[in-house]
Structures are given as C-alpha cells and as structure tokens.
Design a protein around this ligand. Structure first.
Ligand code: SAM
Length: 452
C-alpha cells in the first residue's frame, strides 16, 4: 500500500489552524485518485448513492420500519464502514436517531454502541437488528392480531391533552388496541404490532403525519371528518394488519440476509434516553460514525412525542428530554474557532447567537466524549450540512475540523455530496432542508498528540 501526501487546497489553507497540516493517507490506486473531482473548498465531490451501488433502496431490509426525521441514507454509513473500519471493529454513534449506523454495522459484521437522547431508539433497535436464524411464521402474528379484537384493557397515554389530537371514537379504538398490546407478552410479535400501531395512531389523529412537527392541520381535520363518515374501523384494522405483515416480512428478509454470516455477526448496544453531551462512553472504539442534530429546523423529541406517549412514556420524561435537546438548551461554555468566531461576529440577533453557542457547545461536548474513547489512528466520520442562519452560511464541517485539529486530531478529508432530493419525514420531499445545498462527510483521525 502506498502513501499519498494530501495537501489541503488554497481556500482551505486560509485557515491558520489547519494550515500546518499535511496528512498522510493510504491509497491503493493513485490513478483513481487523480480522477477524483474536488471543489474549490478542497472537498471531494461524491455521490454516496453512486459510490455504494449495492444498496439501491434506502429502505432496504429493516431500515424503513420506523419513520424518523433526517435519517442517514444507509449508503453514507456503508461507505464510511467499508472505508474506515474492518470486521470486528467497534463503532460509536452518539446521535444514533433511528439506528442506521447500528443496522449497517451489524450487516457488515462490526459492533456498535449507540446513544441518543430520544427514547425511541430503545423501541426501534430490537426490531431493526432482529437476531435470529429462524424465520418468523406468519401464523403466530395472525393469532396475536386476532386476539386484539377481544380488547379487554384500555391504555390512555399519560398526555394531558391527548383528546386534542383525536376524534373521540378513534381514540377509544386506539386505546383498546394499545391496552391489548401493552398487556400482551413481550415478544417479537407484540413489538411488530406496536411498530404498526405507532404509524396507525399518527395516521388516525389530527396531526399531519407527513411533516416533521406535531401540528393539527386543517387538511388533516377535514380528512378525519371524511373518514368518520366512511368505514374507518375497517380501514384502521386493515392498516394495522398490513403494516404488521410488512414488518414481519422485512424481519424475515433480514433473517435470510444474515443467516449465512450469523456466527460472525457483531453486538449492537443501544442506549436511548441518554444525553450524549454528558455521557461517559464505557468502551474504547475503532471509529465514530455520526450525524449530529441540525442547527435549526428540527426538534426530534417534539416531533416524536406522540409515539413516545403511546409507548408508555410520561409527560415528565418527555419534557425532561426536550429540555436537553441540542440546540434548545443553554451553552455552558463558548466554543471558539476562526470560522465560528466570524459567524458569531456577523450575527446581530441575540437569540440566534445563543442558539449557535448552544449548538456548538453541546455538539462538541458529545463528539468529544466519544472521540476521547477512539483508538490511535481511528477515524471520526461526521456527517453535517452547511445551514444558513439569518442569511449567514455556517460551515459546520470546517468549524469542527478547526476545533478538533487544534486538539491534535488530523484532518484527513471532507466529502461533499450535493443534495438532490431529501426526505425529511415520510413522503414530504424537501429539496433544500435547512437551507443547505450540500452535505459533508468530514474525516478526522486520532493522533498520538490528541488531548480531548
Ligand atoms: C440527525 S439525527 C440522527 C439521525 C440518525 N443518523 C439516523 O439515521 O436515524 C440527530 C439526533 O441527535 C439527537 N440528539 C439531540 N440532542 C441530543 C443530545 N443531547 N444527546 C444525544 N442525542 C441528541 C436527536 O434525538 C436525533 O436523533
């Protein structure tokens, strides 16, 4: 394997913190390298979808069982895993969301440790990385669904204004289905039905089920009014059944896909409800692969609170988590880098300055906690956008590169993936989420002189 001297291009060199850095990175094929297209920023222009043609469906196997705002596309994660880790490695993701890194790590025979503030992670992962050699028979699922008709128990979420979100007749049926499933034995089948009920409980509510925020919309109120005049009970039952069967099929596809590598499959640890800014990471890791929250325009806990309540979480728990969410909490230190200081100077609005400070303080804290536990030469792969805040572009990858190189990490490279269409939530296509035109995968390497 030859080593190629990588020199950051001139625009990148304007930054004094990074100026002194010349990075050695290995390459097998210098000719291939010379064909790579770079931007004026020194970023390597790529399309992760094209780089990983073996994944041609972002929702393949178990990836699409749960809806989640701003999910990774699996191609990015697969590329980072293939390029920066080897079999048996431990990967950490401190902002795991719906666990895309966990699924891809498992399929590639890596281990992963996942953290996220959102408790949904604990409900998502047992299905998304369903570990079994045996396919699940449909008959057992049918038996459970049949039993649901008995509906002896009721479950009303511990949510003070639940009635605001539902027509009374629909709330009554949903509360009986949830009552049944919360009282059923805790098996993979009851978890499958819960996943279906989550989608059904959103569809049969007054909230727009295709937008990130929980919001009662006029369109949805009218749609529910219309449904109430129709055979809505049959439609609701049909949705529970078809979604449950679809999930069962995804799990069986997953079992078949992993059967031949079963003995080599890794461990996936997951910890939902954890504030990564203050967590002590319990193990040494070989790589970090993560996508931090957006600087604005996304509130993950608020967006998913309907699901959390139906799953049995309380208003107090949800409030407490919302309080810890990045970037909606107070900064306890001010992060300074050349680029970030310039943005701060340009921002005139006090509230936006506070949000910027909060974002970088807590995002950096979380990354530092994880990167502290990386082995020597391990790669940190951080996927971020370039959002605009009050008309000013915030180059997050550059700010993070400046911060961490000052603390001994080596800047290896940055990939730029131009956004064509991105699904932020469900079927709503957003051509330019958060005012971003590109997304970036920043690669840093841990060196012997790191002091984070
Ligand atoms: C861009 S999303 C990650 C999506 C994930 N890559 C996936 O494929 O589903 C960012 C995540 O950061 C989480 N988050 C926000 N504040 C956090 C905190 N203080 N500690 C841990 N996670 C946090 C959010 O709950 C959200 O799931």
């Amino acid at each position: 394997m030859r080593l190629k001297l990588y020199k950051p291009c001139s625009r990148f060199m304007k930054n004094r913190n990074l100026e002194a850095q010349f990075t050695l990175f290995p390459t097998d094929n210098e000719f291939e390298d010379s064909k790579k297209e770079t931007t004026s920023d020194g970023a390597e222009l790529v399309s992760f979808r094209d780089l990983v043609p073996e994944i041609n469906d972002t929702g393949y196997l178990t990836h699409a069982i749960f809806a989640y705002p701003a999910k990774f596309i699996p191609q990015i994660v697969r590329y980072a895993i293939n390029t920066y880790t080897k079999e048996g490695d431990w990967i950490i993701d401190p902002f795991a969301g719906s666990g895309t890194v966990g699924v891809e790590a498992y399929l590639c025979r890596r281990n992963a440790i996942l953290f996220d503030l959102n408790l949904l992670l604990n409900h998502i992962m047992p299905l998304k990385v369903y570990r079994s050699k045996e396919r699940l028979p449909e008959a057992d699922l049918h038996k459970l669904l049949e039993g649901m008709r008995a509906r002896k128990h009721r479950f009303i979420p511990a949510w003070s204004n639940v009635a605001y979100w539902y027509a009374p007749e629909m709330l009554d049926v949903l509360s009986r289905y949830w009552g049944f499933i919360h009282n059923a034995d805790n098996t993979v089948y009851s978890t499958i039905v819960k996943a279906a009920l989550l989608k059904v409980s959103k569809r049969f509510s007054y909230t727009e089920d295709r937008t990130p925020k929980l919001a009662r919309s006029k369109r949805k109120l009218q749609a529910i009014e219309e449904l109430l005049k129709e055979n809505w009970r049959e439609q609701l039952d049909e949705m529970v059944h078809s979604l449950s069967l679809k999930t069962l099929k995804s799990l069986n596809d997953f079992v078949v896909y992993t059967q031949h590598i079963f003995e080599d499959l890794g461990e996936i640890e997951f910890h939902g409800g954890v504030d990564s800014s203050y967590v002590a990471v319990p193990r040494v890791c070989d790589a970090l692969i993560t996508s931090p929250p957006y600087l604005q325009a996304q509130e993950y806990i608020r967006s998913t609170k309907m699901e959390l309540f139906w799953l049995g979480h309380t208003e107090e728990e949800v409030k407490e988590l919302s309080r810890l969410e990045i970037p909606y909490r107070k900064a306890d230190r001010v992060i300074q880098t050349e680029t970030l200081d310039k943005v701060r100077e340009m921002l005139t609005r006090d509230d936006l300055q506070k949000r910027l400070d909060s974002y970088f303080c807590h995002t950096v804290n979380a990354l530092e906690n994880s990167m502290h536990q990386l082995k020597l030469n391990a790669a940190a792969c951080i996927f971020v956008g370039n959002p605009r805040i009050d008309g000013i572009t915030v180059e997050i990858w550059r700010i993070l590169a400046e911060y961490f190189t000052e603390r001994g990490f080596v800047f290896e490279k940055v990939y730029e993936d131009r956004i064509k269409t991105r699904k932020l939530f469900g079927a709503r296509k957003n051509k330019n989420p958060d005012g971003m035109k590109s997304e970036y995968l920043l690669i840093l390497r841990k060196s012997a002189i790191c002091h984070t």
